[in-house]
Design a protein around this ligand. Structure first.
Ligand code: PLP
Length: 367
């Protein structure tokens, strides 16, 4: 079986190093908010060209805590994409605000700035652009809308560690950015984890408080917070993986180039594109076809795994019926949910595996 991602294979390459680091953590006797967490936060802030990084328990909490720390809540609207993982909108609902959706660009799958502008009301407080599948959203246009209407911008960078926009790292492009270290993300750990990056010192201070029960000093609390911390063990593992991320992202980009080169003649599939001024890290490699079911079936018959990201747009989710959206409200996002699917993409794919996938795609599709 050729898997979409192969974490077992990937972790083999760092296993020895990780085991040594785990041993050090065990011996340190310090498992929560210790030196590894501090080191990871410092390194990530430096790497992403921001002054602050605050680690938390997962990417969803990164979004929830950021929204709350920025003072967003009941009665507020936050604009995001209907074509993303549920957590991008769930976090908005979780803090009592209302998610408002805008349609996406058919080529990049990211929020369409002109459609965002149509959805802005006096209740709008923030925009959450998602750098979907690893390609940065149109940040200049989104930031200028935010400036024009006095809105905050929170990057959902959960799929895009190491991507760049006009040479600047994702994570440094808005008021704050949220990352996930879920195992399948391009920078992941052996469990859950997340981090928020920002250059707003006051925000970082609030986030540090929120992640640990609203604590000012031990056993003194000045607000209701959360228990949402990144464990020392995960920080230690992530420090090892952080050293590999450039190499892993480059590998993803190489595989993406190869897919594009050899599949460019296949008329029945549309390949993902990369905007000229951005570095896409291909967290997922999603192709588009009107014959999706047929192609996925053919790949499955040859032991090649595929996946649909995402089969149901967020505005059409059962839980959001109360928001009163209809089918047809976001035609681009809806057509993507009917036609897009992911094929295997991870750093340790091999050339022969990729050649095999390509040969099946060229052979079985289109008829
Ligand atoms: C994975 C993901 C999240 C949530 O991250 P978790 O660590 O799983 O909570 C949020 N947004 C997007 C776009 C994601 O891909």
């Amino acid at each position: 079986m050729i898997n979409l991602v192969d974490l077992g294979r990937q972790f083999q390459h760092v296993k020895e190093e990780i085991l040594l680091e785990i041993e050090k953590v065990i011996d340190s006797g310090n498992y929560i908010l210790g030196s590894k967490v501090e080191e990871l936060e410092k390194k990530i802030a430096e790497k992403l060209n921001v002054t602050e990084a605050v680690s938390v328990a997962n990417g969803t909490d990164a979004l929830v805590l950021t929204l709350e720390a920025l003072g967003i809540g009941k009665g507020d609207e936050v604009i995001t994409t209907p074509f993303t993982f549920f957590a991008s909108a769930e976090s908005i609902s979780r803090i009592g605000a209302t998610p408002v959706f805008a349609d996406v660009n058919p080529h990049t799958f990211n929020l369409d700035p002109s459609d965002i502008e149509k959805r802005i009301t006096s209740a709008t407080k923030a925009i959450i652009p998602v750098h979907l599948f690893g390609q940065p959203a149109d940040m200049d246009e989104i930031n200028s809308l935010a400036k024009k209407y006095g809105l905050l911008v929170i990057e959902d960078a959960c799929q895009a560690f190491g991507s760049t926009y006009k040479g600047k790292p994702v994570g440094s492009l808005g008021d704050a950015a949220c990352f996930s270290f879920f195992p399948t993300k391009n920078l992941g750990t052996l469990g859950d984890g997340g981090i928020i990056t920002t250059s707003n010192v006051k925000l970082a201070e609030n986030l540090r408080k929120l992640r640990a029960h609203g604590t000012t000093k031990k056993y003194y609390h000045d607000r209701i917070g959360y228990n949402s911390r990144l464990d020392e063990l995960h920080a230690a593992i992530l420090l090892v993986n952080l050293n590999k991320i450039e190499e892993w992202n480059s590998k993803r980009r190489e595989w993406a180039e190869r897919y594009k080169k050899f599949l460019s003649g296949a008329a029945h599939i549309q390949l993902p594109m990369e905007e000229k001024d951005r570095k896409h890290i291909y967290h997922l490699f999603c192709i588009r076809s009107k014959q999706r079911e047929q192609i996925m079936k053919a790949l499955k018959a040859h032991d090649i795994q595929t996946g649909i990201y995402y089969p149901c747009c967020l505005h059409l989710q059962e839980v959001y019926k109360t928001l009163n959206y209809q089918e047809g409200d976001f035609p681009v996002a809806e057509s993507l949910s009917n036609e897009l699917f992911a094929i295997p993409m991870h750093p340790y794919l091999t050339e022969s595996e990729q050649d095999y996938i390509i040969s099946i795609l060229l052979q079985d599709g289109g008829n």
